[in-house]
Unconditional design. Sequence first.
Length: 283
Amino acid sequence: MGQSQSAKFNKFFTLICTDNSEELERQLRSCSSPEQTANLSNLCDPDEGVTLLMYAAFYGNKTICQLLIESGAYVFRQDYKGRNVLYHAITSQSYNVVRYLLENIIDTVDNEVREKFINNKDVMGETCLHEAVKVHAVSCIELLIKYDIDVNIVNNDGITALHRAVDLGHQDIVRLLLKHKAELNTKDGSGWTPLHVASAHNDIELVRLLVNRGANLNTTDCQGHSPLKWARETGSRDVFTYLKSQGAKEFDSSQQQQQQQQQQQQRSSIKKNSLQSIQNVNI
């Protein structure tokens, strides 16, 4: 009686975890047909949908990745969270695998497939670039940029890679993204720009960098708060002082409404006075 799919997966998974590429190759070569070899190469975790190839990528074993792909593993498959093999390689900062996938796999497909693969979003809208920023995989980010990843793509919360790099204080990644035309003033789902994030964190170096690159000082979030307002709210004194010196304004939605009401009252008063003047002249 043959082994179950789960048992087969566990057997091959163990070989991957122990870097036993020789035994894995022997098992694959012993298959009776190319179809059987491909079926084994595409086995996945029944709970997460993570394939053997994804695990090999995560563990950074380029030799096993290559063996599985040559045996018929489907490179463009996604797990149950919508993540592909490139994402899993980046999670563990497996640079050699990332490079192998981009240089030897992506270059063999058309532009549409290539773009979809490198900009793939999971169920949360996260891309491999978001993940690379999260784990501070600078070398992987450089590779992704080289292969034309969209640096301004947003996740389900409207967060860009630049938002995340600023949030985590990764100044080197912020500079790298800005060098490759990351948008400075994109607002996330709360209306926050990267400058809002840096201001709330009292990260004076990143605030200076963003301002020097042209970030909008007075843009407001969904609450009507400017970066300067958030600097005050979070006790970010250094940032507050600097933004103030650069001409930033502190206002929120209530102040904006008051200003609009005052302007409307002034216009009404001027109009009323003008009508009275005309009436007096007629009299």
